[in-house]
Design a protein around this ligand. Structure first.
Ligand code: AHR
Length: 491
């Protein structure tokens, strides 16, 4: 299973970078101005990759503004979020931060206001060893070694009317194809992501993917999917089942990509980068950017405070991503700090975990090795949005190196517990390592900087092991992780 499933996203948006990752003068700031308290939480979260610098921001961003002596960098208007970008933090700072956080970068290029030339310039600055103008600039700026960034996003949400430089599918597909070809002249082994639809509800969904891939099929490796979930009309049952939507979305894009491939008689398969996903209360006030004369620096934007129910949904979405890991080879929870994020900070103060931190951290730590097929056979539940669905969703992983089998489960029924038998016939079960649950109670509770931590996984004492399986009770509206010691597993 690709470890890149546990990626995250840092955009120059609100306080994600400034007073999030980066706050010189903070009591925990290191010599680079990076908050060490945030770095510690990022490592605990288990994030493997981080996409940067946007998001909508990238579509009017000039990467050159963010390199070189900091006191000479220009302040610019950020047209995406109506903010002032000081450019104190740019590519070189990000790459230093990436090294300290021990994650891999995913870099996005601006195909909104800019094009192939600037994308190739950025690639040369980042990845060429030296001896050319831009690579030598990087060296002069203190980074002697090339960054070796391998995964690149060709723009962001180029179908969206809100995107600076929105294009038609064919226009964008051609630009993505040309840019990809040019970037591959520098390095044929780059992995390149074309923009899919901004979400499943876009009126051009489907046709967009088909037309973009018709232009760029042989030039790109992945296509992006973005999805944000929130309860609609207080319909908690459908919200808890958000993974159904994610499943259907992934299956639909996979089918479209494969149909374009079949028409081209191509043996190549396009993979999926689910490079923005999360719970996001988009209708809430913190989502509205400033307007008018006001262009603030790092205003608080999209600072959703998550509930226990949101944490259960995030756990469910991770199950969907794992289930599709044969095609989804990269994913990024959006975003990492302060902006619809698992980690929150107070300027000059504490950094703390939101409820959604926990299912992500546990899944990232324990979902390892191969993803196993789980046959679900049990009761169903009825939802307004998705109709009749399995009451319990589940996926399992098996790590041959450690002999650990981990089962992730969500009970999507709001009112009743689920009695579950995890049948591991075909493997030898040697015992339960751990069984923890999030949810079941206090579904509306939210964390704050001062605690308590409502979604801290708590031991689920109901798990009982027999020779071929485990019996356990899942509380209503809950996420559970069951870790087993098992041998002789057939994958
Ligand atoms: O993650 C917040 C925003 O959501 C991103 O900038 C954009 O790509 C998406 O619409």
């Amino acid at each position: 299973m690709p470890r890149r499933l546990f990626g995250s996203f840092v955009e120059h948006l609100g306080r994600c970078v400034y007073t999030g990752l980066y706050e010189p003068g903070h009591p925990t700031a290191d010599a680079d101005g990076f908050r060490r308290d945030v770095l510690a939480l990022v490592r605990e979260l288990g994030v493997t990759t981080v996409r940067y610098p946007g998001g909508n921001f990238v579509s009017s961003y000039r990467w050159e503004d963010g390199v070189g002596p900091v006191d000479q960098r220009p302040a610019r208007l950020d047209l995406a979020w109506h903010s002032l970008e000081t450019n104190e933090f740019g590519l070189d700072e990000f790459m230093r931060w990436v090294g300290k956080a021990d994650v891999d970068p995913i870099m996005a290029v601006n195909l909104g206001t800019r094009g192939t030339a600037e994308a190739v310039d950025l690639l040369e600055y980042a990845n060429h060893r030296g001896g050319s103008h831009l690579a030598d600039q990087r060296r002069d700026n203190g980074a002697a070694d090339p960054y070796g960034i391998t995964l690149w996003c060709l723009g962001n949400e180029m179908d969206g009317p809100w995107q600076v430089g929105q294009r038609s599918a064919t226009e964008y597909g051609r630009l993505a194809s040309q840019t990809a070809k040019a970037m591959r002249r520098f390095d044929p082994d780059l992995e390149l992501v074309a923009c899919g639809s901004s979400h499943l509800g876009m009126p051009t969904f489907g046709a967009w993917e088909r037309d973009v891939l018709t232009e760029a099929y042989e030039d790109v490796d992945l296509i992006s999917l973005h999805a944000y979930y929130q309860p609609v009309d207080d319909d908690l049952a459908s919200f808890l089942a958000s993974a159904e939507d994610m499943d259907r979305y992934i299956d639909a894009v996979t089918a479209i990509a494969d149909s374009v491939g079949a028409i081209r008689r191509s043996t190549k398969k396009i993979m999926i980068a689910f490079d923005e996903w999360n719970v996001w209360y988009q209708s809430a006030a913190p989502s509205n950017p400033p307007s008018g004369e006001d262009w603030p620096v790092a205003p608080p934007l999209l600072e959703d405070h998550y509930s226990v129910a949101d944490a259960v949904v995030v756990g469910g979405l991770l199950i969907s991503l794992l289930r599709h890991s044969d095609r989804v080879t990269a994913a990024c929870q959006a975003q990492l700090v302060n902006v619809i994020a698992p980690i929150m900070t107070e300027p000059g103060g504490a950094a703390w975990r939101q409820t959604i931190f926990h299912p992500f951290a546990r899944t990232a730590r324990h979902a390892r090795g191969a993803v196993l097929d789980v046959l679900r056979d049990g009761s169903t539940t009825s939802t307004d949005r998705f109709g009749e669905i399995d009451a319990v969703d589940a996926v399992s992983t098996w790590d041959d190196d450690t002999g650990e089998m981990t089962v992730f489960l969500v009970n999507r029924v709001v009112t009743t517990p689920a009695e579950v038998t995890v049948d591991v016939t075909g493997a030898r079960l040697a015992g339960i390592i751990e069984c923890v649950t999030v949810g079941g109670t206090d579904l509306h509770a939210k964390n704050t900087a001062d605690g308590p931590d409502h979604a801290e996984p708590r031991p689920n004492g109901t798990a009982r092991s027999a020779d071929t399986g485990v019996q356990l009770t899942l509380p209503p509206a809950s996420w559970t992780m069951l870790r087993l010691r098992a041998t002789d597993v057939t994958t």
